[in-house]
Design a protein around this ligand. Structure first.
Ligand code: PEP
Ligand code: MN
Length: 303
């Protein structure tokens, strides 16, 4: 490969060979960092971008209340599933197009951008009319028909890591989207399956600096699905800041105990507000430290 980047010397030698074949998403001398722009929001730039909202859109009042609360606390993007991939066929599957309309209303009311999941290539066109960012869930990371449709949808894509996927497989899926014509991709570490059962998934925190070292794409963390329990969300969010993530996607609900999905891991409005305040000093330290270690992301390196 001719496009091996200068950081290679600092990386685990295995990484370069492992990832450089995904040339549209791998870091190169020509492209060390890319950003995703949604109106005045730049993901992967100097700001830490927080996406927050309910797991699922349930009703107008639930969504609008949540949108207002998270916007006030500093979130820039509203999350909320209208099409829900549930582990159980008996669980709430989402409001579908009604949910999309409510997301649109929430955007009008608050100015927040919208991220929502597409599960099937057949829904991509419709969802793209409402969403600012198209989410690929963990269960869909290798749905190539969906990835290819998203490559042509004209919207940025938030690509979540499959719960049993390696980073190589995550970047392979990103390459599929990019090859189909869309390089506006944000990667998301959301926890993987391990032998540990105390948490819902295991947050692979090392995935963030590895991805930042080998790929130019922005990387965010989903502490909610990693933890499965709300008390761990603030501390995992701090960890995400410390390892150089570009942002978070966090579940928030007006009354988590009544949530139709993922209530255990959803923060209340107060908890979200406090988390955002508590994160600020960590963000300040990280911001200052970056100026003195521009090679921060070439971690791993020398033993
Ligand atoms: C979600 O964001 O609500 C979701 C279903 O996430 P994941 O695909 O990571 O489980
Ligand atoms: Mn969820």
């Amino acid at each position: 490969m001719t496009r091996i980047n200068k950081m290679t010397a600092l990386m685990n030698p295995k990484w370069n060979g492992q990832f450089s074949c995904f040339d549209l998403v791998a870091k190169t001398d020509a492209c060390t960092r890319s950003t995703v722009q949604i109106r005045d929001i730049e993901i992967g730039g100097s700001d830490f971008i927080v996406m927050a909202g309910p797991c699922a859109v349930e009703s107008e009042s639930q969504l609008l209340q949540t949108a207002e609360a998270v916007a006030k606390a500093g979130a820039r993007i509203l999350r909320g599933g209208a099409y829900k991939p549930r582990s159980s066929p008996y669980a709430f599957q989402g409001l579908g197009v009604e949910g999309l309309k409510l997301l649109h209303k929430a955007r009008e009311a608050t100015g927040l951008a919208i991220v929502t999941e597409a599960m099937s290539e057949e829904d991509v066109e419709l969802i793209a009319e409402y969403a600012d960012i198209m989410q690929v869930g963990t269960r869909s990371m290798e749905n190539y028909a969906l990835l290819e449709a998203l490559g042509k949808c004209g919207r940025p894509v938030l690509l979540k890591r499959g719960m049993t996927a390696t980073l190589e497989e995550l970047l392979r899926s990103a390459q599929v989207i990019a090859m189909a014509g869309n390089s506006q991709i944000i990667l998301c570490e959301r926890g993987i399956r391990t032998f540990e059962t105390a948490t819902r998934n295991t947050l692979d925190i090392a995935a963030v600096p590895v991805l930042k070292a080998v790929s130019h794409l922005p990387v965010i963390v989903d502490p909610s699905h990693a933890a499965g329990v709300r008390s761990l969300v603030p501390v995992l969010s701090r960890a995400a800041v410390a390892v150089g993530a570009d942002g978070l996607i966090v579940e928030v609900h007006p009354s988590p105990d009544q949530a139709m999905s993922d209530g255990n891991q959803s923060l209340t409005f107060g908890q979200f507000r406090r988390m955002m305040i508590d994160l600020q000093p960590y963000l300040d330290i990280e911001h200052d430290a970056r100026q003195f270690r521009p090679q921060l992301l070439a971690v791993g390196g020398a033993d």
